[in-house]
Ligand binder design. Structure first.
Ligand code: SF4
Length: 195
């Protein structure tokens, strides 16, 4: 991999999802995705991007005290990110990556991998630290509730781009109450009006 990465945005916010909810994090959003989900809440990943070197990205994030990075997309594992992840870890960052499971090999150096499969007929059993399913008002949940893993399974409402969808939130709340091995991930940042 050449040492340039297609970045659509870098921003500092609060992690609103999954096990690390509430943790201040530096988000690096990458360009492109192998899927075209109808509910995709970030078409930004299909828009403009700049090719940035590792050092240029480091220049952008090192002005913050925060030492936690979340690489998201789009689909980060379209690219072999292991050299970049190692580069960040050498500089004392804890590196999380969010992925739809396209290639866990391309992100295997990460400290934490969130796997959010979108094609549920084929759910990977290994290669990640937490599992996140997006559930909307009409989503078929049979496969989710029967899936077995020792990793935490989060149910996350299919929210609007910039705010919660309370019908989906309610459905997810009901779901975790009915199936207590599941956990709720509400996208806290959307309740707080954060990026
Ligand atoms: S996998 Fe994620 S980023 Fe890609 S199209 Fe689906 S929702 Fe959007």
């Amino acid at each position: 991999m050449n040492k340039r990465i297609r970045v659509t945005s870098i921003f500092y916010s609060i992690q609103g999802e999954g096990q690390h909810v509430g943790v201040p994090s530096l988000f690096i959003r990458l360009h492109g995705c192998n899927l075209k989900c109808s509910f995709c809440d970030d078409n930004l990943h299909r828009g403009d991007y700049t090719e940035r070197t590792f050092d240029e990205i480091y220049d952008s994030i090192s002005k913050y005290e925060c030492k936690r990075v979340v690489i998201t997309g789009g689909e980060p594992s379209l690219y072999n990110l292991n050299p970049f992840i190692k580069y960040l870890k050498k500089r004392a960052y804890y590196v999380c990556v969010e992925s739809n499971g396209y290639s866990f090999a391309n992100i295997q150096e990460a400290d934490w991998i969130t796997y959010s499969p979108k094609e549920w007929y084929e759910i990977e059993e290994y290669g990640y630290d937490e599992l996140k399913f997006i559930v909307g008002r009409d989503t078929d949940i049979e496969k989710i509730v029967s899936f077995e893993t020792d990793k935490p399974i989060y149910i996350q409402p299919m929210n609007h781009f910039d705010k919660p969808d309370m019908q989906s939130v309610k459905r997810c709340v009901d779901l975790v109450l009915q199936y207590p091995h599941l956990r709720l991930s509400v996208q806290l940042h959307k309740f707080l009006g954060l990026k």
